[in-house]
Design a protein. Structure first.
Length: 198
């Protein structure tokens, strides 16, 4: 008598194929430079459930780009690694900045909106994510975090905004005050973890 084989993992993509198609469509329209990462059972770690990797738009907001934006952050948007969990869409994806690497000190200070381990804190509370929400809402917040991080590095903000620059335009005028100086965008990304690109 043969022993029954253990069932393999069930990925959220298999359980929620309609949501997967929605994510693929919405992300392609919002951030065409993000590449979808299939689940990788062999990883055995946090990347097992797949996600996205690539560059976000520089200013994907519903208002004009401030003068000086490229002087502040460079010509490219933030490169990110987006990690799904097994519980998506009930639980939001985790987003790690790749082309900007917060310091260990910044990861311990709430003002920088970075969690220990380097992921971005993009929601005000545990209940801030709604399963029906678009993943692009988080991607927009991550793009805004990129700008606010540069303003923080320049000392033009004392702490990141509560609502995020996505909807809070009160810090836009600081962008125009910036010229390239002691803050420089890293030229090559520093990648955390075993991220596989297609």
């Amino acid at each position: 008598m043969t022993k029954p084989q253990a069932a393999g993992p069930i990925f959220w993509q298999d359980a929620e194929p309609t949501r997967l198609q929605r994510d693929l469509k919405e992300v392609a329209e919002f951030a065409p430079h993000l590449l979808y990462q299939e689940p990788h059972p062999s990883d055995g770690g946090e990347h097992i459930h797949g996600g996205w990797f690539g560059e976000l738009p520089l200013w994907p907001f519903d208002r004009p780009e401030p003068e000086g934006l490229k002087e502040l952050v460079g010509s490219n948007g933030l490169t990110v690694a987006v990690m799904y969990s097994a519980a998506h869409p009930m639980v939001p994806p985790t987003i790690f900045p790749v082309s900007v690497e917060p310091t260990p000190h910044e990861e311990t200070q709430a003002a920088w909106h970075v969690a220990p381990g380097g992921s971005l804190c993009l929601l005000q509370s545990d209940g801030g994510w709604h399963p029906e929400a678009s993943i692009t809402e988080l991607l927009a917040k991550a793009a805004g975090w990129h700008v606010e991080y540069a303003l923080m590095k320049r000392g033009l903000m004392q702490e990141m905004s509560v609502r995020g620059i996505v909807t809070d335009s009160s810090f836009d005028h600081h962008v125009a005050e910036c010229t390239r100086g002691d803050y420089e965008v890293p030229e090559s990304p520093v990648i955390r973890g075993p991220i596989v690109t297609n």
